[in-house]
Design a protein around this ligand. Structure first.
Ligand SMILES: C[S@@+](CC[C@H](N)C(=O)[O-])C[C@H]1O[C@@H](n2cnc3c(N)ncnc32)[C@H](O)[C@@H]1O
Length: 348
């Protein structure tokens, strides 16, 4: 039975251990919902650098005292709040990650998870029907609140892997970059920061780029990047224009045929010697592990029409098919809970 470990577990040592695994998993969503609901309500924001009673927090949140106290007691049990007598305060983990102004804030990402709770609740129906009721393309074009939390939520978690990916790439003969579906532009910015001679085009949908512009306002990198509003399925990427094209976390939103088409389009748009870098979570060849990408594949199932998580071998076969040579694999933040990989291939 698969446990919460990243690797596949050996058979359970006892029936009690089996029961423990099931109970832990079946109740895990309670803690998750308590956390995302508290962020959504603004509990941690309200308690930032203060100690307050449940009734005072409830009043500030325009909520009722009894449910606020029940929620805050659960948050205390989970370790996000500290309680002394009748007073509650943020624990360090909450002050560092669960308020908007914190440098390591995960608030937007947690809001995005909360917005998708309805999609996860629909999982049995999605498995029967084959696709979600509301898919990503509709959410991106029609729901500004979703776009805000989705794009800012990606920025919340991308700094470290972006720096690590940029550090591992050979940028010595790269001048022009195309970042396809660049979103908040964290990966693009990390590349620009590494080499002062680089220039980039960040291609994404117009509603996303509105937000990206806000996130980049005042950045010294802004003059070196052009934001191009386009649909990556329909737009041409041009012919032999770029030295490096980046697909970061876009292929998991798409089906195999769409990814093959994007790979072929990237091949045409690269100069000879140019590199296509595909960065994403990746599964083992049988698609049944590690645990994080296997669950991320379900996340894609519940809110994209054709998305899933692919194996490095699948990417490599599309790359060879398109004419690329020598795909090589890079491990990005391999020790982290959400480790990713990059495949780098060269146009001959
Ligand atoms: C999961 S995000 C990845 C963002 C960024 N590359 C990163 O790794 O942080 C996917 C991005 O693709 C964009 N996107 C989705 N469908 C698109 C389309 N048809 N054309 C252009 N961009 C699209 C979304 O707006 C979003 O910014």
């Amino acid at each position: 039975m698969e446990t919460m470990k990243q690797t596949r577990a050996s058979p359970s040592p006892s029936p009690e251990a089996d029961l423990g695994t099931i109970v832990k998993l079946m109740t895990a969503y309670r803690g998750a919902r308590v956390l995302t609901s508290a962020v959504e309500l603004g509990v941690f924001q309200t308690l930032s650098r203060k100690s307050l009673r449940a009734g005072e927090v409830a009043q500030k949140l325009n909520a009722k005292t009894r449910p606020t106290a029940i929620l805050m007691n659960a948050l205390t049990a989970l370790g996000f709040l500290r309680k002394k007598g009748e007073f509650y305060a943020n624990a360090a983990v909450a002050q560092n990650h669960l308020i908007q102004q914190a440098k390591g804030s995960l608030v937007s990402n947690l809001r995005y998870q909360e917005l998708l709770a309805h999609a996860w609740a629909d999982l049995p129906e999605v498995v029967k029907r084959g696709y979600p009721r509301r898919a990503l393309n509709g959410l991106l074009s029609r729901d500004p609140r979703f776009v805000r939390d989705y794009i800012k939520g990606m920025a919340d978690i991308a700094e470290r892997p972006a720096r690590e990916l940029a550090a591992q790439l050979d940028l010595s003969s790269v001048h022009r970059i195309l970042d396809v579906g660049g979103g908040p532009g964290t990966y693009c910015r990390a590349l620009l920061e590494r080499e002062p001679h680089l220039r980039a085009v960040l291609l994404d949908l117009a509603p996303t780029l509105k937000l990206t512009s806000k996130l980049w306002a005042g950045s010294p990198m802004r003059d070196r990047a052009r934001f191009k509003a386009a649909n990556y399925h329909a737009a041409s990427f041009g012919r032999e224009k770029f030295d490096l094209i980046l697909f970061s976390h876009i292929t998991h939103d798409e089906g195999e045929d769409e990814n093959r088409a994007l790979t072929a389009k990237a091949f045409a748009a690269l100069r000879p010697g140019g590199q296509l870098v595909i960065h994403d979570f990746m599964l083992e060849p049988d698609h049944a592990g590690p645990l994080f990408p296997a669950l991320f594949a379900v996340h894609m199932l519940v809110y994209t029409r054709k998305g899933r998580v692919y194996s490095a071998g699948e990417y490599e076969s599309w790359l060879r098919e398109a004419g690329f040579r020598g795909p090589r694999r890079l491990d990005i933040c391999p020790a982290s809970a959400n480790a990713s990989k990059a495949i780098v291939a060269v146009k001959p």
